[in-house]
Design a protein. Structure first.
Length: 460
C-alpha cells in the first residue's frame, strides 16, 4: 500500500466522520458526540497528512502544534459563555487566514499552473480576504470594541461598488496573466478592505446572520484552497462547512424576515428611525416579593432567555427557579428564538450548560400557539425577539420579523437592568403593556431573590 493510497483512504474515513459529526450537531442531545467525531476526523486527517512524505520541516510543524494547541486550550478554558459569539467570529477569521496563507504559499512557490488553478486561486484570496477582515469587524462589534450599531457614511454604496468592480476587473486580468504578482497582492488587499466595509454597515441585531454567513465563507475558501493545492479532503470538508453555513444563514434569514440576497450583498442592518407619536408612556415595575406571589400561584410559566441572561450568567439560577416552580406544581418551558443572543444556538448552549432538560426547550413556532394559555412569561435579557412592534409597526426596522408572542401571556415579567434598548437600538413597546411588569436589576440577583422567596415559603 503506497503513501498516496493510504492518505486518500484515511481522508475518506475523515470525510465520513465530518459528515456524521455535522449530522449529530443538529440536535442538542447528540451535539457532544458530533463534536468528538469531527475532532477525531481532523486528528486522522492531520496524521495521514504528516505520514504522506511531503513534509519539509517537522520542527516547524511541531512548533505550530505546540503554539496552536496552547492557545486553543487557553481560550477554551478562559472564554466565558458570554464570549462565545465573538470567539466563533474570531475562529472563522483564523480559518480563513490559514487558507489565505496556504494559497499565498502555493502561488509563491508554484505559481498558477493552469486556468482552473488561477480561477480557484483568485476565488480563494477574494473570499478569504473579506472573511478575515469581516470576521475581525464582527468580533469587534460583538465584543463591543467598536460600536455595535450600523456605521454608515456618505457615498458608502458607491465605494463598495467601486471596490467590487476593481476586484472583478483585476481578477480577469490576473486569470489571463497569473504570473503577475502585483495583481495577486492588490486583489488580496482590496478583498481585505471590502471585508471591513461589508460588515461595518450591519447593525448588531443582525450579528447572528453575520456569524452564519462568515461560517459559510470560511468553508467556501477552504474548499477553493483544496482545489488550489489538489487536496480532496479540504474540498469535501470545505463544501460541507460552506453548505452548512448557507443552510443556517437561510434559517436565520427566515427567522428575521430577511432574504438571503439581502444578506449576501450586505444590504441589511440599517436602522430606520421610528416614526410615531410622542405620547408619554410609563412602564410599571413590580418588587420581587409581589412577583413571587404571582409565580407561586402560576400553573404554567414560560421563560424567554436573551443575551442579558448570558451577560448576568444567570442560567444556573434560572434552572434552580424552574425546579422550585415544578415542585410547586407548575409546568415550566423555555422559549428559544432562532436569533436570541449573539450567534445561532447561543441560548440552547447556555441553558444546556446549566443542565436544563432538552425536553423543556421549545422553538418559537412550537411555543407561540401555547402562549395565550400561559399564566406567566418571564423575559430574561431578551428584547428585540419579543417586541410586538414587529407585527404592526411598518416604521420599525424589525417589522415582519417573527417573534415569540410573550405579550399574549396573562402576565409578563421583564427582567432588565434599565429601560435601555436592545441590540437593534429600538424601544420595546411590550414594556408598556397593561399585562407587563418590569423587575429592574441584575438578572442573576433577581432570579436568586425569587428562589430565596420560594425557599422561605417552603420553610414556613
Amino acid at each position: 500500500m503506497n503513501n498516496e493510497f493510504f492518505t486518500n483512504f484515511v481522508y475518506i474515513i475523515s470525510s465520513c466522520l465530518f459528515a456524521f459529526g455535522l449530522k449529530f450537531l443538529g440536535s442538542p442531545v447528540t451535539a457532544r458526540r458530533g463534536n468528538m467525531l469531527s475532532a477525531l476526523g481532523m486528528l486522522l486527517a492531520v496524521l495521514a497528512t504528516l505520514c504522506n512524505g511531503h513534509i519539509i520541516s517537522f520542527q516547524w510543524i511541531l512548533l505550530g502544534i505546540v503554539i496552536g494547541g496552547s492557545l486553543g486550550a487557553l481560550v477554551a478554558f478562559k472564554a466565558a459563555m458570554t464570549e462565545m459569539p465573538q470567539m466563533i467570529a474570531l475562529l472563522h477569521g483564523c480559518g480563513a487566514l490559514a487558507s489565505v496563507f496556504v494559497d499565498w504559499t502555493a502561488y509563491h512557490v508554484h505559481g498558477a499552473t493552469d486556468l482552473t488553478n488561477a480561477i480557484t486561486l483568485y476565488l480563494s484570496i477574494v473570499i478569504g480576504g473579506l472573511t478575515v477582515t469581516g470576521s475581525a469587524i464582527a468580533w469587534g462589534k460583538l465584543s463591543e470594541k467598536i460600536p455595535g450599531k450600523a456605521i454608515l457614511f456618505t457615498g458608502q454604496k458607491w465605494l463598495n461598488t467601486a471596490i467590487i468592480t476593481a476586484i472583478l476587473i483585476l481578477g480577469v486580468m490576473f486569470i489571463m496573466n497569473p504570473s503577475r504578482y502585483d495583481l495577486f497582492l492588490t486583489i488580496l488587499g482590496l478583498s481585505c478592505v471590502f471585508g471591513v466595509f461589508m460588515v461595518i454597515p450591519i447593525g448588531g441585531a443582525d450579528m447572528p446572520v453575520v456569524i452564519s454567513i462568515l461560517n459559510s465563507y470560511s468553508g467556501v475558501v477552504a474548499c477553493t484552497t483544496g482545489f488550489v493545492i489538489h487536496n480532496t479532503l479540504l474540498i469535501v470538508v470545505g463544501a460541507l462547512v460552506g453548505a452548512n453555513g448557507i443552510i443556517l444563514s437561510i434559517i436565520m434569514c427566515k427567522a428575521m424576515n430577511r432574504s438571503i440576497n439581502n444578506v449576501l450583498f450586505g444590504a441589511f442592518g440599517n436602522v430606520v428611525k421610528k416614526t410615531g407619536t410622542d405620547e408619554k408612556k410609563e412602564a410599571k415595575s413590580i418588587p420581587v416579593e409581589d412577583a413571587f406571589l404571582i409565580l407561586e400561584n402560576a400553573k404554567s410559566v414560560v421563560i424567554v432567555p436573551g443575551y442579558g441572561l448570558a451577560v448576568a450568567q444567570a442560567q444556573h439560577a434560572v434552572r434552580e427557579l424552574g425546579e422550585f416552580l415544578e415542585k410547586n406544581g407548575c409546568d415550566v418551558k423555555y422559549a428559544i428564538h432562532p436569533v436570541a443572543g449573539r450567534m445561532p444556538g447561543h441560548m440552547n448552549v447556555l441553558l444546556a450548560e446549566a443542565n436544563i432538560s432538552y425536553d423543556q426547550l421549545m422553538e418559537m413556532d412550537a411555543i407561540n400557539p401555547l402562549m395565550e394559555s400561559v399564566d406567566v412569561a418571564i423575559i430574561i435579557g431578551a428584547n428585540d425577539v419579543v417586541n410586538p412592534a414587529s407585527r404592526h409597526d411598518k416604521s420599525s426596522p424589525i417589522y415582519g420579523m417573527p417573534i415569540i408572542n410573550a405579550d399574549k401571556a396573562k402576565t409578563v415579567f421583564v427582567l432588565k437592568r434599565s429601560m435601555a434598548t436592545g441590540f437593534a437600538g429600538i424601544e420595546n413597546e411590550l414594556f408598556y403593556y397593561d399585562n407587563c411588569r418590569m423587575i429592574f436589576g441584575d438578572a442573576k440577583q433577581t432570579v436568586q431573590a425569587l428562589v430565596a422567596e420560594f425557599k422561605n415559603s417552603q420553610q414556613h
